[in-house]
Design a protein around this ligand. Structure first.
Ligand code: 5GP
Ligand code: ZN
Length: 101
């Protein structure tokens, strides 16, 4: 599948993972829009929130946000999910932006 995030998850670009567990990887956004800008990405390909069927996955993603921010000592942050191209979604593999100071 021609999906940039699937390729990152498969290790094709040697991207450093800030955090990883069974369900999720976290890596730095290549074009950060805040001093800390992480992407929390499910290992299973899902195009966007609109296509998400496994609602337990959202719990895993939010738990990963908690775990990775705790790991790096980031106490204040925003979480954003762009859904659909009119809302600014560029990569059609579900991901959460974590934006912090
Ligand atoms: P979206 O606009 O789809 O919500 O967010 C996609 C994000 O992925 C953008 O902020 C963009 O900078 C980031 N991005 C796109 N390609 C790559 C890449 O190859 N590596 C990394 N680390 N981030 C990427
Ligand atoms: Zn994908």
């Amino acid at each position: 599948m021609d999906c940039i995030f699937c390729k990152i998850i498969n290790g094709e670009f040697n991207t450093e993972f800030v955090y990883e567990n069974e369900h999720v990887v976290v890596f730095k956004d290549i074009h950060p829009k805040a001093p800390v800008h992480l992407l929390v990405v499910p290992k299973v390909h899902t195009a966007s929130l609109n296509e998400l069927e496994d609602k337990s996955l959202m719990g895993e993603l939010l738990q990963a946000v908690k775990d990775v921010t705790k790991k790096i000592g980031l106490k204040s942050y925003r979480v954003q999910i762009n859904t659909g191209k009119e809302a600014g979604q560029e990569v059609f593999h579900l991901h959460l932006h974590v934006l912090g100071a």
